[in-house]
Design a protein around this ligand. Sequence first.
Ligand code: ADP
Ligand code: MG
Length: 612
Amino acid sequence: MSRLPVMSSKRVLACSSAENAQDLAPAQKRLRKDADPVKPAATVIGTKRPALAATRAPLCVIKQSVASAAAKGGNMKQPVASTGTKTGGTQKRNPWDLKGKVSDMEDKVRNYQMKVKTLNQENEVLQDSVSQSQRKMVQVEKELQIQRSQIGEYERKLQVLAGVQDELEKVLSDKNFLQKELTNLEGKYKVMETLRDSQETELQTLKMKLSVQESTLARVQANLRDSEEEVRSLKETVAQQKDEIYAGEMERRRLHNTIQELKGNIRVFCRVRPLVGGGLPKHIQLATSDNKAITLAKTEESHTGKTADTQKNYNFSFDRVFGPRTSQQEVFEEISLLVQSALDGYNVCCFAYGQTGSGKTYTMEGDEFDETRGVIPRAVQQIFKAAGKLGEQGWEFTFTASFVEIYNETLRDLLYTGKSSKRPEHEIRKTASNEVTITNLTYERVINEDQVLGLIALANQNRSTAQTAQNDRSSRSHSVFQLDIEGVNAGRDVKCKSTLCLVDLAGSERMVKSQSQGDRFKEMTAINGSLSNLGIVIAALANKESYVPYRNSKLTYLLQGCLGGNSKTLMFVNIAPEPDSFGETLNSLRFASKVTGTPCPGGDSHSCLLLV
Ligand code: ADP
Ligand code: MG
């Protein structure tokens, strides 16, 4: 492609016509052959240049003139041949014809001169032609140069175009890729369109549902507004009723306390244990009219036999007398009112007094079965239940339990779980706020009934490990279970604090002095001393005496906070029904009577409380 302009240029430069250009080369060859033999002549004559017009004449014209000159030269020989003899076509002169020979020679010379002249002309023409050709060549070379630079230019463009080609190919492959993508997307689009259609349908359905629901919502909102209004008025009513409930609760507490006070802040219940074989003992008579009286009847045989046997009756009355068939539940119903008082903020103290085997432990702790459970587990159950209910009125309670044994005027922690060798000693102290506390004692925070029952079990375990078969320590020690109750009603800014004390006292039986020696005597003295003092303290409280000898025994000193003032004190006097326990039963009943300040049948008031 790049050669095309060059070729066309040559064609233009060589000759005006293709025919002349073809003829030029053989003409030149011919001229050189002919010129060779006359070379010396040409050097002689060559100085003479042909006319300018002739040199510029085209090559084809030169050819013609050479041809005509050759023809003329041929013609010049012809006259020479006619004047002499011919050899090989030429007439040969005779040896003598010198004149003719000279004439021939002259002819020849003329002929050659002509030829030389012609050749010179041709030479000039050719030189012109050569220089012309050289100029043209220079021209052509310039053009060639231009063409080459153009070619270079074209090649650069070509390279650029090759890059463009690559890019084009890349663009094409991209295009193919995009085409595929497009097809793919078109497919997806169709799927989406289908999806959109189905969703539009769904949307329509949902719109319809929405409008239905909107109208429902509007209706519900209207109802809600009404309800809110109702709730507001109900809240007001509830607040009002809460106030009324609180006022009612406070009133109930007041009335409950009034009733308890009217019943007596110090009460004594008598409980008769059933006979081991069942049935009722003859010497114990319970009043049928009410359940407050008990009579101990003693038949005295006539010593002479002349008179009839005499029967001596000892009549006692108490706040309540429970016969041998009274269930644990019935017994507790009476005490539950005092348990309620404990939650209301009053100290409550409940003792079980009586000889060993009279049923003190059965009354206070009972057996493990539901029906035979005693006062302590039932009281604990009631307290947690009632505390839960009071919680609804804004009360929050905290409970702290402790279990202590008093043996021989020494305190022992029944909730102690450490090594027995490291058992600490305890002392009763009074705090700055005049509260009684025991040093080193386990005070266990409890939150439910089960926890308390666990502690009672632990206490029993601790008690039984301290006793032997011969030495029933539990009957000669007092066990004191204390539950400290603290109630707070933050909303009303009210607090209450109380202690519920449930005491299983040591056996009250007297011993024959001669039989008790050593440790036994010491035990007896301690028990009788503390029980007597308990009786004196309670009697002093009942009689509202100015001096109450709390400090005379560990038991009364420990219970000081729970006795007196607004405190409620309840004493169970447990009696054994066996006839051989008559004397102890009588003593117990006398002691109990004295505690309440009632006349003491068959004895003076002081002797009733003095057991030793
Ligand atoms: P105490 O603690 O006064 O020494 P207990 O409570 O151990 O006496 O009672 C002695 C026995 O009599 C025990 O076996 C007990 O189960 C039984 N007992 C006591 N009171 C009753 C009662 N009200 N009903 C049935 N059994 C009783
Ligand atoms: Mg007991």
